[in-house]
Design a protein around this ligand. Sequence first.
Ligand SMILES: Nc1ncnc2c1ncn2[C@@H]1O[C@H](COP(=O)(O)OP(=O)(O)OP(=O)(O)O)[C@@H](O)[C@H]1O
Ligand SMILES: [Mg+2]
Length: 255
Amino acid sequence: MSIEVNNLTKIYRLKRGQKKLAVDNISFTIPDGEIVGFIGPNGAGKSTTIKMMTGILVPDNGSVSIDGLNFKKNRKEIMLKTGVVFGQKSVLCWDIPVIDSLKLFRDMYRVPKDVFKENMDAFSQILGLDEFINHPPRLLSLGQRMKADLAASLIYNPDILFLDEPTIGIDVLSKERIRQFIKNINEDRHTTIILTTHDVSDIESLCEKMIIIDKGSLIYDGTLPQLKSIYKTTDLEEIIKKIYLAGEQRNAKIC
Ligand SMILES: Nc1ncnc2c1ncn2[C@@H]1O[C@H](COP(=O)(O)OP(=O)(O)OP(=O)(O)O)[C@@H](O)[C@H]1O
Ligand SMILES: [Mg+2]
């Protein structure tokens, strides 16, 4: 499924009438079946954009269209087709065993029993769910919690998966497994994936296309090889540092 974002804008209303323009009129398209890296410095507006793309926040202006569907008219339909993981906040019930939350998702999304079993088998094998599936999230380590969240967001076979910092605070080996898992999901199920991360190697190993925002504005929308050729280096970390530094100094646009 493809995503079209048009002139998306979000203004947070703060105390004493103050306002914060968090997302400033951005537009982009995410083609069906791609893994897109959505990056930018802290406070750039990435999570705010993802919240608008998943219907958690209502934009002040602009629109999000998911395969021609929009949140005003087709909210339920979109919800059934999208999964989301926030690395900083779990979607699971804090106090009940992970397996019970997964069963709750199964019932909410009306996942057929055989599909549930098939997915559980696959996720258990790759993510090692068995080790902690009977524990509640509050007793899990960060990496285990992330794996449980990934399983929950994919148990109903969504066509689009939003991942907001899924590898934050994860050890190198678990990170590698999570990356491989994301890659497999994209290849086997043709799931469109939007990935926010501050880990350059996540981008290197997963994304062909990149969207960069800074101070709420879109500053790059293109492929990783194109970006490397613009900067005449293959060192992505170096490129990103330059972009963020330029953004601090002025409202730089690369294109
Ligand atoms: N609920 C909120 N109320 C007011 N301001 C907010 C709220 N959430 C975010 N902001 C502000 O909006 C801007 C964008 O925040 P956002 O969380 O979208 O950034 P981000 O790109 O996800 O950053 P990070 O990489 O640190 O996660 C920031 O200046 C932030 O302080
Ligand atoms: Mg964020």
